[in-house]
Design a protein around this ligand. Structure first.
Ligand code: GDP
Length: 152
């Protein structure tokens, strides 16, 4: 894993990377093109991308931070229920910029103009994931991408 490529000190102040996932409900409904257009229109650059199908074990590892939550089993089953599209996004303040574009976890509470407002079905099937901090972005990117796949 080329940690150097994700070293924020090498880039202008506030340049960040974040991990984005178009979840199984988004891929199942053929929404990836529309969602990627929203991402790019918001000024986030896609520097790595692929379609994968997580195993249940990989989903559990990815969401390990939620292991004690009551929704953990359902969340992991859902994330392993079909292919997902994963991206590394780059921009100034990429983490907060993408969180804002995603909208609230519950699509019913998300604002107009957000991805979850446009496409989210429920709190379980809320179409997209985005890292919640620069530190977690590094961990999540390292879990899902190899050095050969990063064009940062
Ligand atoms: P996010 O950062 O907005 O994705 O939200 P969290 O990191 O808190 O939760 C991870 C994912 O778990 C969310 O995107 C939801 O799909 C799911 N989730 C979170 N809270 C709940 C909940 O209260 N009930 C259920 N069923 N799912 C939840």
């Amino acid at each position: 894993m080329p940690v150097y490529k994700l070293d924020n000190t090498k880039y202008p102040k506030n340049m960040e990377y974040t991990l984005s996932i178009i979840k199984p409900d988004g891929i199942r409904r053929n929404l990836s093109g529309k969602i990627l257009a929203m991402i790019q229109d918001a000024g986030l650059e896609i520097v790595a991308q692929k379609l994968i199908h997580l195993t249940r074990a990989q989903a559990e590892k990815f969401y390990a931070v939620h292991a004690e939550r009551p929704f953990f089993n359902d969340l992991c089953s859902f994330m392993a229920s079909g292919p997902v599209s994963v991206q590394v996004l780059k921009s100034n303040n990429a983490v907060s910029k993408y969180r804002e574009l995603m909208g609230a976890t519950n699509p019913k509470e998300s604002s107009e103009g957000t991805i979850r407002k446009a496409y989210g079905l429920s709190i379980d099937e809320n179409t997209v994931h985005g890292s919640d901090s620069v530190e977690n972005a590094k961990i999540e990117i390292a879990l899902l991408f190899s050095s050969l796949e990063l064009f940062a």
